[in-house]
Write a protein that binds this ligand. Structure first.
Ligand code: IDP
Length: 138
């Protein structure tokens, strides 16, 4: 099934100039970029995006980090793109992410784990609307 998913290359990825390498992995796999921009996430967008974590002790830290400096926001499209991107990202905690996955190859810390990808088609729909207008998605 052809799907869209929301991907954020987090501030740590942009600062380390590894965005291109990560985008290349998606393209090499056969997924395509349907929307992309370098942007500073507002606190309002961050709180909406991470709403499911609102009650967690690390929520403040999460919002502070994602708004700290620019991210690359993308819509990635392809067959089963949601699941495909999640499997390419690797586990949330870099200690558990297998080598060969994005986090397994680039991350060492839970808070600076390089990438966000929607966890379901419903989340993807919700999250794409936070970062993109309809006419920005090709
Ligand atoms: P995901 O990014 O793999 O979907 P989520 O559970 O949705 O993982 O968590 C969102 C983000 O919050 C993670 O990518 C990570 O940066 C951060 N995070 C998750 N759990 C913790 C924690 O226990 N301490 C600190 N940060 C956390």
């Amino acid at each position: 099934m052809l799907e869209n998913t929301l991907v954020l290359l987090k501030p740590d990825a942009v600062k380390r100039s590894i965005s291109g390498e990560i985008i290349a992995r998606f393209e090499r796999r056969g997924l395509t970029v349907a929307a992309m921009k370098l942007m500073k996430v507002s606190r309002e967008q961050a709180k909406k995006h991470y709403d499911e974590h609102r009650e967690k002790p690390f929520f403040g830290e999460l919002v502070d980090f994602i708004t700290s400096s620019p991210v690359v926001a993308m819509v990635i499209r392809g067959e089963n793109a949601v699941k495909m991107v999640r499997s390419m990202m690797g586990a949330t905690n870099p200690l558990d992410s297998a080598p060969g996955t994005i986090r397994g190859d680039y991350a060492t810390e839970m808070s600076k784990n390089v990438i966000h990808g929607s966890d379901s088609p419903a989340s993807a729909e919700r999250e794409m609307n936070i970062f993109f207008t309809k006419d920005e998605i090709f």
